[in-house]
Design a protein around this ligand. Structure first.
Ligand code: NAD
Length: 372
């Protein structure tokens, strides 16, 4: 079997799906690895690092044309799908909610596709969970980038010139990214508070040494996969009102609230921003899925009454080497678990919980009606 990968077309995505530190496992299994020349350059990984391990560099078209399994960190454009051979498989970040039409083309061309966003949240699949591995790094980056924008330091410092107060950081949404944001802000010495609609995270917040803000919103819940249920309009209004005081007293507010497959909830409006101190920072981690903050614009610093509002796309690419390592490991773990060594091909058994959840197209058929 030939495993291949090409460079993402989105220039903001600096990751590679084939990291030298993770491909040895598949090479040892007898799988051949090919890659588009220059694939790791944005993460400072030279071709040589992959070539030395026995992988082969090719042109982009040759890669698309030769791979039996193609890794990707973004959907492959329709004109390039034409280059992929029938019977091969695309495994990667396919953004299914915003890119439904790709599946019809995959089915027509006889290409199988696996969307890693649909890896189920079960223990066996944690090592393949790209959403978690990238959110974790994004949470770290959100704090580092917010700290750069803040005109004061995060830790308390008792100096001869006077005592410098620690920064106050408020994290809204405590999933994978929020937990890492809390941990990073704590490590940098900030005073951290956090809120989530899922009450189960209170213990996790406390275990990181942060304070959980209690806001009674009535009934809230989570899906069987651990994702938050959407709040009613009234609940959102109540949340906005009750968290506004915490925002007003914070130097940095980091919003991470997401709803799987739906636009992010709007949680901070202009009225709340106007109550915050000039110079404070709001980091909108949901900016790519609609934004949690009124007025946030992807990759562009906005100022309202001196409050800085920022939200970057491709956050994990700010630490592109680690992001590539984690992403490559996730994908390779998937291949290792479903590789049939005897027949030198992938075994997509739809009885398997992981395949059933993540496989979108198999043998010319779209398996999920809502994406056809
Ligand atoms: P996510 O990216 O979907 O959302 C981020 C957070 O925003 C979530 O915690 C969500 O509850 C919160 N949120 C939504 N609406 C909100 C609102 N109005 N106000 C405040 N917060 C709001 O979440 P995620 O990072 O995917 O994690 C969801 C859960 O799944 C977490 O508890 C995580 O630990 C768990 N998880 C489990 C596994 C596994 O078991 N294999 C893997 C990954 C994550």
């Amino acid at each position: 079997m030939i495993l291949g990968a090409v460079t993402p077309k989105n220039v903001g995505d600096k990751r590679t799906t084939l990291h030298p530190q993770s491909i040895k496992a598949v090479l040892d299994m007898g799988i051949k690895v090919i890659f588009e020349s220059g694939i790791g350059l944005q993460a400072d990984i030279p071709d040589k690092a992959l070539l030395d391990l026995g992988a082969k560099s090719l042109s982009r078209d040759e890669c698309l044309n030769s791979a039996d399994v193609l890794f990707c960190s973004e959907p492959i454009e329709p004109e390039e799908i034409n280059l992929i051979k029938k019977g091969s498989s695309i495994i990667g970040v396919l953004e299914p909610f915003s890119n439904k039409k790709q599946f019809k083309i995959h089915a027509e061309k006889g290409i199988n596709s696996i969307s890693m966003e649909f890896i189920p949240r079960i223990t066996r699949a944690q090592k393949m969970d790209v959403l978690s591995s990238q959110s974790n790094l994004a949470g770290y980056v959100s704090v580092i980038e917010s700290a750069k924008l803040l005109n004061s330091a995060l830790p308390m410092m008792m100096t001869a010139a006077g005592t410098l107060k620690p920064a106050r950081v408020f994290v809204i949404g405590v999933g994978v990214a929020g937990l890492q944001a809390i941990a990073t802000a704590k490590r940098l010495g900030a005073r951290v508070e956090a809120f989530d609609t899922r009450p189960v995270v209170e213990e996790q917040v406390k275990s990181l040494g942060a304070k959980f803000i209690k806001i009674d919103l009535g009934e809230t819940g989570q899906t069987d996969q651990g994702y938050a249920e959407e709040l009613s309009k009234e609940q959102i209004e109540k949340q906005k009102k009750l968290q506004a005081d915490v925002c007003a007293n914070s130097d940095i507010v980091i919003t991470t609230a997401q709803l799987f497959g739906r636009p992010a909830p709007k949680l901070i409006d202009r009225k709340t921003i106007e109550r915050m101190k000039p110079g404070s920072v709001i980091f909108d981690m949901a900016v790519e899925s609609g934004g949690n903050v009124e007025g946030s614009v992807p990759d562009s610093l906005q100022k309202f009454n001196g409050v800085k509002v920022i939200g970057y796309r491709n956050l994990s690419s700010f630490v592109s080497d680690h992001a590539s390592f984690a992403l490559s490991n996730n994908l390779i773990n998937f291949v290792m678990d479903f590789y049939d060594k005897e027949n030198a091909q992938m075994n997509f058994d739809l009885e398997d919980e992981i395949i059933k959840s993540s496989m979108f197209v198999k043998d010319g058929k779209i398996l999920k009606r809502e994406f056809s």
